[in-house]
Design a protein around this ligand. Structure first.
Ligand SMILES: [Ca+2]
Length: 270
């Protein structure tokens, strides 16, 4: 065989491998998932099955031994994995303790919290980075959003500490807040009424001293003395949604303790 022909043959053999067979995505697809598990996360499912619609799917993040159910938002073609929804339709109680927040509660296609263990395994997969989107709606047909270029949480030993990348959007960066650095929730641990990691020992607000943000706001969250974001507080109906201590709060968008009508938290692999 002529050297040129031999070279062409080798190039033809290697070409497809270099373009697709050896890509990271193809390697991921070779992970031995059970047949009812469609991917490691919703972004992975969307890549494997581009025409697949939004809905409930079983996912198994890389490194996780068991699958779990999530709702995948496939509308914009990216494949978002939703991990929290509030809309008041289920009157789902979010004032729960550590064990419930760790495990998750509610149904994937309705109001729910996916659970800290699942969120940890989802956002800590090898060679994947996740972006966070926070969608918010008020009772006057207004909407706003916040995006964070990176999002992951630590494991349970580190109390699921929050790690955020840079902010963009029009709702304001309530996670970091606009107050003193002590109220910055980024880098802070998760708290519930029965596991207090909020930095209040106590916190002083005007003439009130409080020991627990979770107890005060009836919510499990990444509180930091206590901060401006809390999307796990009590859901309040229209005309009764202002002035409550506990509510669906994103105070860089809506102040005066305005409790929002709707919120969702979701991640996409980037
Ligand atoms: Ca405390």
């Amino acid at each position: 065989m002529q050297p040129v022909v031999l070279f062409l043959n080798i190039a033809l053999f290697l070409g497809p491998c270099l373009q697709s067979m050896c890509s990271t995505e193809k390697v991921l697809e070779n992970v031995n998932l059970p047949t009812n598990v469609k991917g490691n996360d919703c972004t992975h499912i969307k890549k494997r099955f581009p025409d697949t619609p939004s809905g409930v799917y079983l996912i198994q993040p890389i490194g996780k031994s068991r699958p779990f159910q999530v709702f995948c938002d496939m509308k914009d073609g990216k494949g978002w994995t939703i991990f929290q929804v509030r809309n008041g339709l289920d009157s789902l109680n979010y004032n729960k303790g550590w064990a419930a927040y760790k495990k998750g509660f509610g149904k994937s296609n309705r109001e729910h919290w996916l659970g800290l263990e699942n969120i940890y395994s989802l956002t800590n997969q090898a060679n994947k980075t996740f972006k966070l989107r926070v969608n918010l709606k008020d009772f006057e047909n207004g909407s706003a959003y916040a995006e964070y270029s990176e999002f992951r949480i630590d494991n349970g030993k580190n109390n699921y500490r929050l790690h955020l990348g840079s902010y963009s959007g029009n709702a304001g960066d309530a996670f970091r807040g606009s107050g003193p650095p002590t109220e910055d929730q980024n880098g802070h641990m998760f708290s519930t009424y029965d596991q207090d990691n909020d930095g209040c020992t106590p916190c002083i607000f005007d003439d009130t001293a409080i020991e627990s943000c979770s107890e005060m706001f009836s919510s499990g969250w990444w509180f930091s003395q206590c901060g401006m974001a809390d999307l796990n507080g009590i859901w309040h109906p229209k005309d009764n949604n202002v002035g409550w201590t506990s509510g669906i709060h994103w105070k860089t968008w809506k102040q005066l303790s305005y409790s929002l009508k709707f919120c969702e938290l979701k991640v996409v692999s980037v």
